[in-house]
Design a protein around this ligand. Structure first.
Ligand code: HEM
Length: 150
């Protein structure tokens, strides 16, 4: 919500999406979330700028392997800094800027490290994203939001 308050144009666009696809006669429901892709972009962009797990739990190589340009012998402990990867200007344009539009290109989501990757990735990621998205949608649908200071 802090990111949204600093970007009223994002609030306006998200409210328009809710007005168009849900209206004001009833509350947004979880089943509406597939019709609200911009709200989903807000969730992704928030998790990019503020990953809940900025450094993943340690991973251990069970055999010799290569990750990117690194040779990892068996039993190497690897710590992935998701926050740093999310701030890498080689991967993201203007990485410190809150810009949900960057996720309107669906391929961008594959670069997010917020939920881990591969076989040990977070099994709750869909549930988490839908729940957070629904909460944002309800807060925007039910209240008027604006900053009280600069
Ligand atoms: C915004 C919410 C959440 C975030 C950011 C998040 C993030 C993560 C991350 C980064 C990992 C580690 C992945 C790795 O080490 O490669 C993880 C693992 C896990 N998450 Fe989540 N998670 C969230 C919500 C949830 C929810 C709602 C559930 C269950 C309902 C859940 C269940 C798990 C479990 C069981 C694992 C361990 C998977 C394994 O080790 O095989 N998470 N999560």
């Amino acid at each position: 919500m802090a990111n949204l308050l600093n970007h009223p144009e994002v609030i306006k666009k998200a409210k328009n999406e809710i007005d168009t696809h849900v209206g004001s006669d009833r509350l947004v429901e979880e089943s509406d979330m597939s019709k609200l892709p911009y709200i989903q972009c807000i969730v992704y962009e928030t998790l990019r700028l503020h990953p809940a797990a900025p450094i993943w739990s340690p991973h251990l190589s069970s055999e010799d392997c290569i990750v990117g340009k690194y040779n990892l012998p068996k039993d190497t402990i690897v710590l992935v800094n998701a926050w740093a990867a999310h701030m890498d200007p080689k991967m993201w344009s203007d990485p410190t800027h809150f810009n949900p539009e960057r996720f309107e290109n669906e391929n961008e989501v594959n670069r997010l490290l917020s939920f881990g990757l591969g076989r040990r990735a977070c099994p709750g990621s869909n549930l988490a994203q839908r729940t957070v998205g629904l909460s944002i949608a309800l807060l925007l649908q039910c209240f008027e939001w604006k900053r009280i200071g600069k």
